[in-house]
Design a protein around this ligand. Structure first.
Ligand code: C2E
Ligand code: CA
Ligand code: CA
Ligand code: CA
Length: 278
């Protein structure tokens, strides 16, 4: 036991000690990963629900960890955000994805690329200039880029978000609200944001075949999208039943394991060339 000088005796807690040590290891791991760029961008097709052809992709970051193998964002994004590393990593993903999209556009005119923005990116005063620089450097037509942000990020400070999104939109890019419907309380604010696309959260897609009220949320979200003149994209479509229900509801685009998993750029290039060969 140790006296902290305020008369409080703190006992050594082996669990907390181990957790703190692990956290420090994770931290230095992540900093090294960034210095050595152990990250990759994987791409998941976004398909036209009628033809089931890929009309674009969502860029999803991966960490090729030297010991633990391929890690998904769930394993590191939160820590990266806490350590202030996300604006840098996010910008790298953006640049990578835009450069790649330009290559895919050679054989697939109008091919779109969706890139996720983190909360710290959205609150950075440099964001619009950085996105503008990436577009200029890569030559990607601005209307081919869709920037995704979550409803909760956009709605914490509505006035400020509307200003930032407005500034991004002067570049000609499009804005998508991700995980749409999970923050329903703020629905009335939707009209205040210059948004073009809504991504229907996978939990609502999964619930669609239920006969409970929950099963109709996807349909309700599609109606809201129509009201606000937003293009809907359904997320997490895992089987043909869900795809058929979404088609019936006139949802134009979708994404999910039923069509394709996220994959490295080279694999997507293969998929696209098979697609254009018929
Ligand atoms: P998200 O933006 O909602 O991305 C969709 C997630 O759903 C991806 O997980 C994707 O692999 C997964 N998914 C796709 N189809 C299906 C399906 O049919 N069923 C199920 N159960 N899941 C499906 P992933 O790649 O693990 O990414 C998780 C989250 O991490 C993303 O959620 C996004 O919020 C964040 N993220 C990923 N890449 C980036 C990035 O570059 N920057 C930022 N700021 N966040 C990122
Ligand atoms: Ca997303
Ligand atoms: Ca999502
Ligand atoms: Ca999500």
């Amino acid at each position: 036991a140790k006296d902290d000088g305020k008369g409080v005796v703190r006992r050594f807690d082996p669990v907390r000690f181990a957790e703190a040590a692990q956290r420090r290891r994770d931290e230095s791991d992540l900093r090294r990963a960034l210095a050595e760029m152990q990250f990759e961008v994987h791409y998941q097709p976004i398909v036209d629900l009628n033809g089931e052809l890929a009309v674009g992709v969502e860029a999803l970051v991966r960490w090729r960890h030297p010991v633990r193998g391929l890690l998904g964002p769930g394993d590191f994004i939160e820590l990266a955000e806490t350590l202030g590393l996300m604006p840098g990593l996010g910008l790298w993903v953006l640049r990578e994805a835009c450069a790649q999209a330009v290559v895919w556009q050679q054989d697939n005119p109008g091919f779109k690329v969706n890139v996720n923005l983190s909360a710290t990116q959205l609150s950075s005063p440099e964001l619009t200039d950085e996105v503008g620089a990436v577009l200029a450097d890569t030559g990607l037509p601005p209307n081919s880029l869709v920037l995704e942000l979550t409803e909760s990020m956009a709605l914490t400070d509505l006035t400020e978000s509307a200003r930032v999104l407005g500034s991004l939109k002067t570049l000609g890019v499009r804005i998508a609200l991700d995980d749409f419907g999970t923050g329903f309380s703020s629905l009335s604010h939707l009209g205040a944001l210059p948004v073009d696309v809504v991504k229907i959260d996978k939990s609502f897609v999964a619930a669609m075949r239920e006969t409970t009220a929950n099963g109709s949320v996807a349909e309700a979200v599609l109606q809201i999208a129509r009201t606000f003149n937003l293009a809907p994209v359904a997320e997490g479509v895992e089987d043909e039943v869900q795809a058929a229900l979404l088609r019936e509801l006139a949802c134009a685009e979708a994404q999910g394991y039923h069509f394709a998993r996220p994959m490295p750029a080279a694999e997507l290039t293969g998929l696209l060339s098979r697609q254009s060969a018929g």
